[in-house]
Design a protein around this ligand. Structure first.
Ligand code: MG
Length: 183
């Protein structure tokens, strides 16, 4: 039996090319293998969630509406139906503001666990930054990394003592790993 029932996906550097402080939907490029990986996860019965830190909102660089317009464009480009994500969390806080949903806050993951009655071990984060996997660590969920962002994820993870999380060279490889985990 498959162990993981839901994925919490990072956006920038994981599903789309990381453009720092992206707020123009025209600049969105879906990374290779992402659509196929998400299709495979949906076909396997997994529920998808999107969790994206958008500190550019808190920093006054763009509006929450602009960040959300980028989410809408991503969904259009994925072409996996109108609502491939059961819920989207766009965290607008800047680094100096108290974190509510800003990763590594575990709040979003905990809400999903409570709402959907999903155990922590049935949830898996996929992300390209240390903060994605720190979120998983804080919430007690599983996590896998993808080396498709701007930073050296393996180095980031060992710096914060999370080098035990696996890192994959592509999103598709990460999803295939997740789908291979059995309870
Ligand atoms: Mg990212």
């Amino acid at each position: 039996m498959r162990a993981i029932k839901a994925l919490i996906l990072d956006r920038d550097g994981t599903l789309i090319e990381h453009v720092p402080y992206l707020h123009d939907p025209a600049l969105i490029r879906v990374l290779p293998g992402v659509r196929e990986g998400l299709r495979a996860a949906l076909d396997a019965g997994l529920t998808l969630y999107l969790h994206t830190n958008q500190s550019g909102v808190g920093r006054g660089m763009f509006t929450l509406a602009q960040a959300e317009a980028c989410n809408v464009r991503l969904i259009e480009l994925l072409d996996l139906g109108k609502a491939p994500f059961a819920r989207i969390c766009t965290a607008p806080e800047g680094p100096k503001e108290p974190a509510v949903y800003r990763k590594p806050s575990p709040r979003f993951a905990r809400e999903i666990m409570a709402e959907r009655r999903i155990a922590a071990g049935e949830l898996c984060y996929i992300g390209d930054r240390g903060s994605d996997l720190e979120t998983a660590h804080a919430a007690g969920t599983r996590a896998v990394g993808v080396a498709t962002g701007l930073d050296d994820l393996a180095a980031e993870l060992s710096a914060v003592g999370l080098g035990h999380f696996p890192v994959f060279p592509s999103f598709r490889a990460a999803v295939d790993h997740v789908l291979s985990i059995t309870a």
